[in-house]
Design a protein around this ligand. Structure first.
Ligand SMILES: *Cc1c(COP(=O)(O)O)cnc(C)c1O
Length: 242
């Protein structure tokens, strides 16, 4: 890669990551865990491949998240993905399942039994098991994707019988709040819910990931038990949608 260091954006990516990692360590320790117990995902939607590659090869990023199937597929040939885990974090339509299952390590945005089944069916065909997270609409917002708690409880048993997925935990995007401390009640509710499900020991559930916290609220999310934060704009700068 020809990295022109004249581009200030490379420098700010590396400085941003330094600060974010310090914050993550501090919040992890505050919540009684070790810094390495909380995983950092770089959210790469709309970000140019040269900046993503820089974050991977120069700054040690080893987990990326993309929202859209098409965007990820068109970027991936140009990404330096050796040793990098790839997760889909955006809403997935069942008709795109076939396109994405072969290429990602986890789908974090499973929000219906129908989608979980489509993923399991496709993974079966490929002879693999797909790791997934179930997305919870913790604020019960009409506009948001994700299971509401009642629908989730109804689907739990069915999902736990699907043969070719492994449910590794939960993901959420809480309602937009005016202050980070307002988000805390949602993070706290998520954490309780996660522990409750984990203790249920469902057949194909292997709970060890609670994915919550983004640029504006990752410290609060970690304090309340998140062990995977998904950070985009605080690493790469404000997104420019084309
Ligand atoms: C875009 C996005 C993020 C990252 O958001 P930032 O506020 O830029 O950190 C995290 N999770 C999901 C599901 C997203 O779509």
């Amino acid at each position: 890669m020809t990295t022109s260091l004249c581009d200030d954006r490379f420098i700010s990516i590396s400085e941003n990551l330094k600060k974010i990692r310090d914050d993550i360590s501090e919040a992890a320790v505050k919540s009684g865990r070790k810094p390495e117990d909380v995983k950092l995902m770089a959210v790469t939607k709309t970000v140019d491949v040269k900046y993503i590659n820089y974050a991977i090869t120069e700054c040690g990023i080893d987990l990326i998240g993309e929202n859209k199937v098409q965007e990820f597929l068109s970027k991936k040939e140009n990404l330096k993905l050796d040793g990098v885990e790839k997760h889909l974090i955006g809403h997935l339509q069942t008709n795109k399942v076939k396109k994405i299952v072969p290429f990602v390590d986890m789908i974090q945005s499973v929000d219906s039994f129908k989608l979980a089944k489509a993923i399991s069916d496709e993974a079966s065909k490929l002879g693999k098991t797909m790791n997934v997270l179930l997305e919870i609409n913790i604020g019960d917002e009409e506009s948001k994707t994700g299971f509401d708690k009642a629908a989730f409880t109804d689907s739990l048993f069915e999902i736990s019988e699907l043969p070719s997925i492994k449910v590794k935990g939960l993901m959420t995007i809480p309602p937009v709040c005016d202050t980070p401390s307002e988000s805390e009640k949602y993070f706290s509710a998520m954490s309780d819910f996660y522990n409750e499900i984990k203790e249920g020991n469902y057949p194909n559930f292997d709970f060890n990931i609670l994915s919550m916290g983004m640029s504006g609220d990752y410290k609060e999310a970690i304090i309340h038990g998140s062990n995977l934060v998904r950070i985009g704009s605080s690493i790469f700068g404000a997104r420019i949608y084309k």
